[in-house]
Ligand binder design. Structure first.
Ligand code: PMP
Length: 281
């Protein structure tokens, strides 16, 4: 295989891979807030480039990332400069650089990275392949505090567009699981309900402390999913998290929750958490 030059194209600039630098606050790195595509290169030609770029552009539009203008030109320029003959181009477009917050700013300049990879392809139908099968667990590990946060970021975009403060993720039976970056509690029939830590939520540190505090105060708790179908019966609701603390939820989908005021248990738990945090710091 002829030697390829170790170049990449970062934001339109062809440069040595070893010299290219991506900002630590890039949302691709911090949130997985990025899409990619891979284009096969055969004897210096880009195969099905239009189809790959159309898929990439379509995806970027769907998640509201600014679509870079010069992708095709950048790809061709890089293949020529790197002298890649057989292999592929790896393209990644992230939303760009911004202070860390799940909710993305709109309209920031995307980060566009294209890297050539030399690769020898197997002859067609020349290999006998083997596989294992398993349940499809992709996008399902809510209990992992993963940086693959694109699902949450998509919720936060809808939240931003709706002009509200949080998005609540709901299961197909109307089970309210948690917020985009917070856990969720309701007071229902004078019992605190919050979704069980069964893999469908992030087991928040704040949530755990609040369950302990509720027990100390004597507020009965049940780790059971709050149901949207029972929302008329909620006496109060609140969100919690390391950055949120405890904050009442007074409106959901444009309708007041309970009577739209801060609940007594919410206040009590917010104060108990504040006291606990002061004592622990
Ligand atoms: N759920 C999700 C999805 C979160 O991102 C967060 C914030 N980290 C929480 C719950 C609250 O967790 P903690 O109390 O540990 O901050």
């Amino acid at each position: 295989m002829a030697m390829m030059k170790p170049l990449c194209c970062l934001n339109g600039l062809v440069q040595p891979v070893a010299e290219a630098r991506i900002d630590p606050l890039d949302r691709g790195f911090l949130f997985g807030d990025a899409l990619y595509d891979v284009v096969r290169v055969v004897e210096g030609s880009l195969l099905h480039l239009d189809a790959h770029l159309a898929r990439l552009r379509g995806g970027l539009e769907r998640i509201d990332i600014v679509v870079p203008a010069a992708l095709a030109d950048d790809c061709r320029q890089l293949v020529a400069a790197s002298e890649l003959e057989t292999g592929y181009l790896y393209l990644q477009v992230s939303r760009g650089v911004a202070p860390r917050s799940h909710q993305p700013p709109s309209g920031i300049a995307p980060t566009v990275l294209i890297v050539p990879m030399a690769h020898l392809f197997d002859a067609p139908a020349s290999r006998a392949l083997r596989a294992i099968s398993q349940p499809d667990r992709r996008w399902m590990h809510c209990d992992l505090k993963t940086t693959s946060l694109l699902g949450a970021v998509m919720g936060k975009i809808d939240m931003r567009d709706a002009g509200v403060d949080e998005v609540l993720f709901v299961g197909d039976q109307g089970q309210v699981r948690e917020g985009g970056s917070s856990n969720f509690f309701v007071r229902h029939g004078d019992v605190l309900e919050t979704h069980p830590a069964d893999g469908r939520i992030l087991e928040g540190i704040t949530r755990g402390i609040l369950l302990e505090l509720a027990e100390q105060i004597g507020l009965p708790c049940r780790e059971t999913p709050p149901l949207l179908s029972e929302r008329e019966e909620w006496q109060e609701a609140f969100l919690c998290g390391t950055l949120t603390g405890v904050q009442p939820l007074v409106e959901l989908d444009g309708e007041p929750v309970a009577d739209g005021v801060v609940g007594a248990w919410t206040k009590q738990l917010a104060e108990a958490l504040e006291k606990r945090n002061r004592n622990d710091s």
